[in-house]
Design a protein around this ligand. Sequence first.
Ligand SMILES: [Zn+2]
Ligand SMILES: [Zn+2]
Length: 192
Amino acid sequence: MSYIYVVPIELKDHSDLGMLEAFIFETFHLKTRRREFEINLKGVFDPSRGQYNSSLILQQLIMKPPPDADKMLGVLDVDLFIPILTFVFGEAQLKGIGAVVSTQRLQNRFYGLPENREVTSERLLKEAVHELGHTFGLVHCSQSKCVMNSSTYAENIDQKSAELCPLCQKSIKAERNDSVKKGFPFSWWGEK
Ligand SMILES: [Zn+2]
Ligand SMILES: [Zn+2]
């Protein structure tokens, strides 16, 4: 039995995690487990940017995965970046085990707007499924409603659904069959 581990990393508000786990199960048909791991956030903080390096968080997250971990999803509430981009909502390894997502820029209050809990939760679902989708080998999808459509701004996230389009669902199935045959390949790092 393998699981998708949902790993809160210094996350203050856990109230969306139950719903998130249920939706992950519905989408990827893998059971979830919630567990905290030792992650050093202070060490990956870039003071000149005021942000946290998401690749270095991902590296720590996947260092010692539990033997029954199929995927590991880190959930944070701090601002994330990778060096070539001003920010990322999250990051994932393409066809790998790890993904991270942050609620920081999913909240309306980040943009000086009144906070809307429902909107934030919905965006978190979508971005978590999106990043996990990359770990299942999915690349960005041109279908505007597909959750694998790439989102540059929070409003882009609102325009897509939380679901994988039929083509993306199909390629996950193909990838799963393939990785069972060949062993689990780790390939290049995905972006946001
Ligand atoms: Zn798609
Ligand atoms: Zn992406």
